[in-house]
Design a protein around this ligand. Sequence first.
Ligand code: SF4
Length: 61
Amino acid sequence: MAKIEHIVEDCIGCGACTAVCDNWEMGPDGKAHPKQTELEELGCNKEAAEVCPVGCIHIKE
Ligand code: SF4
């Protein structure tokens, strides 16, 4: 089980995570949000964490 933590205060709303992973979407607040935070498989969320320019996506496996 993988757990995703998003430090939403640090998100600059660049959309990079949404471009590489369909578990991420932009919210009305102009920031990205994960659709699911607990997943059996990390999948593209690993890539989302890697491309985030401010490092606000954290993954715990
Ligand atoms: S890549 Fe990071 S800073 Fe950019 S929208 Fe996603 S979570 Fe926010």
